[in-house]
Design a protein around this ligand. Structure first.
Ligand SMILES: [Zn+2]
Length: 388
């Protein structure tokens, strides 16, 4: 009986493998896979709101209700929320779903925070790896066009003019260039923030359509492009923020920018951190600035912690402040940290690292009538747009 069961399971596994292979082959050459909800350390549940269709490993249509995937030991289990707890609808190593009739799929790790995604989503359980427990994953197979539109929409606000949106679309296509034909990316700032279909505003779709996959080139090859929310006066050379590795990227050149005054981040942010917290998380005294760049951003600093002196780049120190104390404490890399009575005062202006395109500056330039080509040339001197 037992061996019969194993054989049956093996057959199912082979059938499932074949189905998965068939699905993978179906992937459009201009599509990519995005690992969703990566900002979360761990997903215990994935919720899906009907209507939706399961296409693999079986086919089933769900017309109404909320459903929940949970960890089912070797795979995942689907149940209806509010239905009988023990009633399993599907138990499988993975499930591939899509919205009904090309609509977006409504899905998320919490009932209260569901998002909409075009394309297919595979929910599965990634096996345990060295030192890491097994975890549930959600992988979105999405068309490049939808991905780029969502990223551009998420990085901008409805105030952004069309040429600023087009400049952003070029940068997103350029970022995808070195990743190959069918890349797998994550949905956080480690790559680009991708929050699904709701960010595909009509004006963004028009802008992405007009760009039609054009990329920014330097010396005939796609450039390594960077963007940030607001430089508040001047962008920085890539080498001064990211270090020697950015030296060959000569087009990451600091430029004056008074065009980002419309940004809420343009003015100074001032925060006070209790000394005990600063000492525990960052350093035991005021950081000593060693070198500053033309944009008044710290290039190199020295900090003391646990009796040791550490030389650190201004960017690394900024990341540490954000990670340990919260990203609202110094939104931009033009910052200073001063000791005061019983506290440390952190002042910063702008938002983000300050290298490459200033997004609010691009918005200001588009309002002045500049084209996306002019905007990109301004922030990435020496680059050209690919011709299609
Ligand atoms: Zn700016």
């Amino acid at each position: 009986m037992k061996s019969k069961n194993v054989t049956f399971k093996a057959k199912i596994a082979i059938a499932i493998l074949f189905l998965f292979w068939a699905t993978a082959v179906k992937a459009n050459p201009s599509s990519l896979s995005v690992k969703l909800f990566q900002a979360r350390a761990r997903m215990n549940s994935v919720f899906v709101r009907a209507p939706f269709v399961i296409v693999n490993p079986t086919r089933a249509v769900f017309n109404e209700g909320l459903f929940e995937f949970t960890d089912g030991g070797r795979g995942i289990v689907l149940r209806k929320v509010g239905g009988a707890k023990q009633k399993e609808i599907i138990r499988a190593p993975y499930v591939v779903m899509a919205g009904r009739n090309g609509a977006a799929l409504v899905i998320g790790p919490e009932q209260a925070h569901l998002r909409k995604y075009y394309g297919e989503i595979t929910v599965s359980k990634e096996p345990a790896a060295a030192g890491k427990p097994a975890k549930m994953t959600a992988l979105n197979l999405v068309d490049n066009f939808n991905y780029v539109s969502s990223v551009v929409g998420g990085e901008t606000t409805p105030q952004f003019g069309k040429e600023a949106l087009k400049a952003m679309a070029v940068l997103v296509y350029t970022r995808l260039a070195p990743k190959g034909k069918h890349p797998t990316v994550c949905d956080t700032t480690d790559e680009m923030v991708y929050l699904g279909a709701e960010h595909e505003r009509p004006e963004v779709i028009d802008a992405v359509n007009e760009i039609d996959r054009v990329r920014l080139l330097y010396d005939g090859k796609p450039a390594q492009v960077f963007f940030h929310a607001c430089c508040a006066g001047r962008t920085s050379d890539g080498v001064d923020i990211f270090g020697a590795g950015a030296k060959p990227l000569v087009y990451l050149k600091g430029v004056r920018c008074e065009h980002c005054k419309g940004s809420p981040l343009y003015s100074l942010t001032v925060k006070q951190i209790p000394a005990a917290i600063f000492h525990r998380e960052i350093a035991s005294s005021e950081p000593k600035v060693i070198k500053i760049d033309k944009a008044d951003r710290i290039v190199e600093a020295e900090i003391q912690k646990s009796g040791k002196i550490e030389t650190i780049s201004g960017y690394q120190l900024w990341l540490r402040v954000g990670q340990k104390l919260g990203w609202d404490k110094a939104p931009g890399t033009r910052y200073e940290i001063k000791r005061a009575a019983g506290a440390y005062i952190i002042k910063s202006s702008g938002g983000g690292h300050g290298v490459g395109l200033c997004q609010w500056g691009a918005q200001g330039l588009s309002r002045q009538g500049k084209t996306h080509a002019e905007i990109l040339k301004y922030y990435f001197p020496g680059t050209t747009l690919e011709k299609r």
